[in-house]
Every structure is written in structure tokens, then in C-alpha cells.
Design a protein around this ligand. Structure first.
Ligand code: 5AD
Ligand code: SF4
Length: 436
């Protein structure tokens, strides 16, 4: 979602004379868009801010020009003034629900008095209604935020505090944005939301629509070929959406459905509102409708009170699901969340060894999933050039990176049929089937 927000900030600032630069050394404005989900991400913000201070000081010394520094995103939301206290060279602090005000905040920066502008409000008018900037450039694949925030309050998670309450963007605003993306050459859209499958809005027939119906509506756009969505919560995985994975050929056979733990005791402590059995039942149902679907997930290792027995239940759930790919993280205490004050925090060494075991298992499942595709034919969307001569990188329907070669210089944005020849941990290689 931060990638999406960064793109929107870029669009927003273009009419004000700003354009993206790969090099920060001579930038008039540096916007650091930040993540607060785990402690490591927050530490990264402060170390990046130290690096930025050196850059802006060097620029000032070189040509007397002063760069404006803005911190956006969830660290900005959670830390507010504290950021300016710790990093006084920052001019603007702006939260994820108020970045539509960035042009005004920039205009108010006074280079002499160095006044600070902080805006971490949750606005009454949703930011999407104020983000009317033209979309300029996205490449073949783009994100589209359809839902934000969360009302589920898992006890480990900061999202309900930083992104705010659950909000679904109205249908028309989503369809309009999809058309704008298609107009700049986008072929694949990934619908985004912290609880994307909780999306609901009044449909074209005035009935309440869920994500399945939205995907069917978007699929009517001819030039849009691949549709994805992330991230889902098991409680909101309704039958309409599940059936969409069978009936809608533009919806990719990939489902990211975090479970976090395989132990019912831990799930209860996490306030996940589902058991491991209920999760497995959903996976079974999804596979019933689409047997080839790639399943992905998220795991938190070492949540307070997690015992060896709970850890074994997590390994067992992973074995039962057999993931195509999944993310796993050590539990990280987030200030202000209930989990951070639970008394039975798990020892760091134990977390490390459990994480290692989980990741080894997930890695082996991912490699076997990738190997299954050898000798099969896969249609990929070509995303970019690789590092080697004539090399391209595409994305498979199962969300795998696929490398292939072609002397044709003009393939980005095309769909190419490949015969898969080799499979690795994180990628595949293939040969072009169709003669171009
Ligand atoms: N510690 C570790 N991982 C976390 N996540 C969210 N909060 C925490 C935390 N406090 C993980 C969850 C979530 C993913 C986006 O980040 O697995 O699904
Ligand atoms: Fe965080 Fe997702 Fe739980 Fe909401 S459902 S609190 S976003 S982990």
C-alpha cells in the first residue's frame, strides 16, 4: 500500500512542478514514506533520516540550496512530533490519511524560519475524494487501493491505530481509477486493502456488493487482463469471492490468506476470531473451486505465550496447507497494542530457532511448488528488462518471477507464452513458445 501511496503522492506533486528523480543528491524535496508494522521498519526510518540529513547538508554546502524533507506513512502517523524532536531537519510530518494535503504543507514551509508542518488528522472527507490528480505513468502492472484500515484489532497489530477504521472506496471511484490506469497502458491491477476482502459498497444494481462482484465488474474492461487482490482476512472470505476464482478467468489463481499461527490458543490470544480448523476449511473450499490455486500466507513466530506445542501446531498447519509461498516474521512488540503488555513474552533465541524451522519448511514447499511448473506452458505479463543482455522478467499467474530471453526490444507490457525450463527458490526460467 505504501507503493500505491507513493505513486499517488508523485501524481499529486507533478502539477506543482515536481518530478521523480532517481538521485536524492540534488532533490528539492525528499519524501520518506514509512512503515510501522514491525520494530525493524521503524528503526529503518530513523537510520534513513540520518542518511538524508547528510545528503541535504552536502547539498547546502555545495550550492546553498535547501531541500525540503517530509516524512509520510504510518511512522509519521504513530510518532507525530517525536520525529521532529529526534530529527529536527524534517520539515513535514504527514499521515497516510492526509497526504492529499502535501502540496499545501510544502507551500507553507518557510526556508528561513524553518517552521514545521504536521498533519496526522483522519480527515472527514476521505482522501480518495480529494486525490483528483492525473495518473501519468505506471508500467504494465499497477496497484489500486479499494479499502483501507481495519476494525479487527488483532492484538499484535498497529494497523487499526495508524490507518484508522475500515473504509471501502465507492464502486464508481474504483472503476474510474481502473480506467485511468488502463489509459496509461496498465494490463494488470492488484486491488489493495488491509482487509481487501472486507470491501463492500453499493453496486450498479443498488444492492450491496462484495469483492467478488467488484472483480467481475472490473473484468469487463477489455484491456485489463490480469486481476489480483491482497491482503485478505479469513473471516471475510465469502463464497462469492471463492467462486470467482473458478469462474472469472481474469482473476489470477493466487490467494494470500494470512493465518498467523496454527495454534488455536495463540489465535485466541491474537484475537484472530477464527480457529485453525476454520482456516483449513476455507483453503479446502477454495481448492475445491480452483484446484491449481497458489496459496500464500503470513505467520507470526513467538507471539507471547507461544509454547513448543503451539509451534508444532503451526508447523503442522503449514504441512497441511502446503503453501506456494509465504511470509513469516518474529513477533515484534508494537507500542499501544494489547500484545505489547502481555507478560509471557517469548525469549529471542527461541523465536529465532522457531522462525528458522518455519522458514525452512516454507522454503521447501515453495521450491517444490516452483518445480511443479517445469515443462508446463505459462503465460506471463512482461514487466521489465533483466540485468543480462536480452533478458526480460515477467510475472506468472501464480505470482512467480519468470526470466526469459528475447532479442525483441519491445516486449514490456506484452503477454508471452513460455515453456518453463528451470525452477529456483524465488524464480523460474523459460523459453518463448510463440514465435514473435
Ligand atoms: N510482529 C510481527 N509481525 C507482525 N505483523 C503484523 N504485526 C506484527 C507484529 N507486531 C505481520 C502479520 C501481518 C503482516 C502484514 O505483518 O503477519 O499479516
Ligand atoms: Fe492488523 Fe490484519 Fe489483524 Fe487488521 S486483520 S488488526 S490489519 S493483522
Amino acid at each position: 500500500m505504501n507503493f500505491y501511496d507513493s505513486d499517488r503522492m508523485t501524481d499529486l506533486l507533478k502539477p506543482h512542478g515536481y518530478q521523480l528523480d532517481d538521485n536524492e543528491d540534488d532533490a528539492d524535496l525528499i519524501v520518506l514514506n514509512t512503515c510501522h508494522i514491525r520494530e525493524k521498519a521503524v528503526e529503518k526510518t530513523y537510520s534513513e533520516l540520518g542518511r538524508i540529513r547528510d545528503k541535504i547538508n552536502a547539498r547546502k554546502e555545495k550550492n546553498g540550496k535547501r531541500s525540503i524533507v517530509a516524512v509520510a506513512g504510518c511512522v509519521a502517523q504513530a510518532q507525530g512530533k517525536e520525529i521532529i524532536k529526534r530529527s529536527p531537519w524534517v520539515d513535514i510530518v504527514v499521515g497516510p490519511q492526509s497526504y492529499q494535503n502535501l502540496p499545501e504543507l510544502i507551500a507553507k514551509v518557510d526556508p528561513v524560519n524553518k517552521n514545521k508542518n504536521i498533519n496526522i488528522d483522519f480527515p472527514t472527507i476521505p482522501k480518495f475524494d480529494q486525490l483528483n490528480a492525473k495518473i501519468e505513468e505506471r508500467g504494465p502492472s499497477a496497484f489500486l487501493t479499494i479499502q483501507e484500515g481495519c476494525d479487527k484489532f488483532c492484538t499484535f497489530c498497529v494497523v487499526p491505530y495508524t490507518r484508522g477504521a475500515e473504509y471501502s472506496r465507492p464502486l464508481k471511484s474504483i472503476i474510474d481509477e481502473a480506467h485511468k490506469l488502463i489509459d496509461v497502458g496498465v494490463k494488470e491491477i492488484t486491488l489493495l486493502g488491509q482487509n481487501v476482502n472486507a470491501w463492500s459498497s453499493k453496486g450498479l444494481d443498488n444492492q450491496n456488493w462484495g469483492l467478488g462482484k467488484l472483480i467481475d465488474e472490473l473484468a469487463k474492461i477489455n484491456e485489463l487482463k490480469f486481476i489480483r487482490y491482497t491482503t485478505s482476512h479469513p473471516l471475510d472470505m465469502d463464497i462469492e469471492l471463492i467462486k470467482c476464482h473458478k469462474d472469472n478467468k481474469k482473476l489470477m489463481p493466487y490467494l494470500h490468506l494470512p493465518v498467523q499461527s496454527g495454534s488455536d490458543k495463540v489465535l485466541k490470544m491474537m484475537n484472530r476470531k477464527h480457529t485453525s480448523k476454520e482456516y483449513l476449511k476455507i483453503i479446502e473450499k477454495v481448492r475445491h473451486y480452483n484446484p491449481e490455486i497458489a496459496i500464500s500466507g503470513d505467520f507470526i513466530i513467538g507471539f507471547p505465550g507461544e509454547t513448543d506445542k503451539d509451534h508444532i501446531s503451526t508447523l503442522s498447519l503449514i504441512k497441511q496447507v502446503n503453501y506456494a509461498q509465504a511470509y513469516s516474521f518474529k513477533y515484534s512488540k508494537r507500542p499501544g497494542t494489547p500484545g505489547s503488555v502481555f507478560l509471557n513474552q517469548v525469549d529471542e533465541d527461541i523465536k529465532n530457532s522457531r522462525l528458522y524451522e518455519v522458514q525452512e519448511l516454507l522454503r521447501s514447499q515453495q521450491l517444490s511448488f516452483n518445480k511443479q511448473t517445469i515443462n508446463s506452458s505459462i503465460k506471463v505479463l512482461v514487466l521489465k528488462k533483466g540485468k543480462k543482455k536480452h533478458q526480460y522478467i515477467g510475472r506468472s499467474p501464480f505470482n512467480q518471477s519468470v526470466y526469459f530471453s528475447s532479442k525483441n526490444e519491445d516486449l514490456i507490457g506484452s503477454f508471452i507464452d513460455l515453456n518453463i525450463t528451470e525452477a529456483f527458490q524465488n524464480s523460474l526460467t523459460g523459453n518463448i513458445l510463440s514465435d514473435l
